[in-house]
Design a protein around this ligand. Structure first.
Ligand SMILES: *[C@@H]1O[C@H](CO)[C@@H](O)[C@H](O)[C@H]1NC(C)=O
Length: 369
């Protein structure tokens, strides 16, 4: 009898194990890099470690640093009603006292570095570095490509955790495996990768004399990002001065020196040459737009591409109105479905538990985003 009971217990335990083995396991996503350290040319050690967000419900102070030319209009930001400090630099005309650059060179990089150098001791919790345009192709599609919407939805807790957050979630252009320092001149893709001509091995050695050149340099394009105060200050002020002096002294033009910096921020602020977070993680944890997982995220974009294709085909079918109408009706149906999925993704992102779950982050009752 006892033997038989033991047998039953063992079989039952095996069944439970087998069941657990087959249960869907939550996808493990490495959303935070392990602690990275880096030694500066002056011998200081930079410790890139994840930050700790404030307790749920506490607010963060924010500063938006804008690089603009006199010809560009930033009324959109001035009239946005956003509760942020605005540091607006006019690079080609000294219009704003306190926000001035030593030279108009290096595009937005000169502004971003000058702000950090001048305000190193009085930073907001989160600093958001952006261009002067409100709506542009390289802003995020699901945030209407509108910078005001980005700033409204940005998760300061996420920025605090990761330290450095590229505002662009979409990988193209810039990720992955983007820029190679050793690509021969005759193999450069000049149209897509102007920065590759600018960012030579010699430039890498000027900027990072004590770091072996990486296999590739990658991050989503376009030099707009948010950085936590802790992360900015984990790096000695001298390091920002060193980068700015490089811009001031280099023979590269305004545009090319700017391109080099565009692909240097992830190294400066995160200590890694390549930083390409998964797109659905960027959208979900960074902005609270959560489709559930990487596959559902990609499905949404695939369906939309299909819908747009149907509409384009319908537009070409003037001669066969019935078929064109059928395609249009199908596209409309898809559009309604897509809008519903998008609304649901925003709703899912309002729940801090679901956000953490989607990106594979530990979450406990009472935790915020
Ligand atoms: C603006 O942000 C600050 C800093 O987080 C906060 O203390 C203040 O209550 C906010 N003001 C409004 C009107 O929301």
């Amino acid at each position: 009898m006892a033997r038989r009971q033991q047998y039953i217990v063992v079989v039952a335990a095996l069944c439970v194990l087998l069941l657990l083995w087959h249960l869907p396991r939550s996808e493990k996503v490495e959303s935070l890099p392990a602690v990275v350290t880096h030694e500066t040319t002056e011998g200081a050690i930079i410790d890139y470690r994840p930050g700790t967000p404030k307790p749920h419900g506490q607010s963060y102070t924010k500063t938006v640093v804008v690089a603009r030319q006199a010809s560009e209009d930033v009324a959109w930001l001035e009239n946005s009603g956003l509760n942020v400090t605005k540091a607006i630099y006019v690079v080609d005309k000294p219009l704003s006292p306190g926000y001035e650059v030593p030279l108009n060179k290096g595009h937005e990089a000169m502004v971003y570095l000058s702000y950090i150098i001048d305000y190193y001791d009085s930073l907001s919790d989160v600093t958001i570095f952006v261009h002067a345009h409100q709506i542009t192709w390289h802003n995020n599609d699901l945030l209407d490509s509108d910078m005001i919407t980005h700033i409204k939805h940005l998760s300061e807790a996420h920025v605090t955790r990761v330290g450095y957050f590229n505002l662009r979630c979409h990988h193209e252009p810039g990720c992955p495996d983007w820029l190679h320092l050793d690509r021969p001149d005759d193999q450069l893709d000049m149209h897509r990768k102007m920065e590759e001509r600018a960012f030579s091995l010699a430039v890498w050695k000027e900027l990072h004399p004590n770091v072996p050149p990486p296999k590739a340099i990658s991050q989503p394009c376009c030099a707009q990002f948010a950085v936590s105060r802790d992360r900015i200050r984990a790096i000695p002020r001298a390091e920002y001065l060193r980068y700015r002096n490089w811009i001031l002294g280099t023979d590269l033009s305004d545009t090319f020196s700017g391109r080099v910096m565009e692909y240097s921020w992830q190294f400066l602020f995160a200590g890694v040459p390549e930083l390409c977070p998964e797109m659905h993680v960027c959208y979900c944890d960074g902005y609270g737009i959560c489709f559930g997982d990487a596959v559902k995220f990609q499905d949404w974009f695939d369906t939309r591409a299909e819908m747009r294709k149907l509409n384009a085909e319908a537009a070409e079918m003037a001669g066969v109105p019935a078929e064109a109408e059928a395609k249009r009706a199908k596209a409309h149906e898809m559009d309604v479905h897509l809008e519903r999925l998008k609304r649901e993704a925003f709703d899912r992102g309002k729940d801090p538990r679901l956000r953490a779950q989607e990106v594979g982050r530990v979450w406990r009752e009472g935790d915020g985003f």
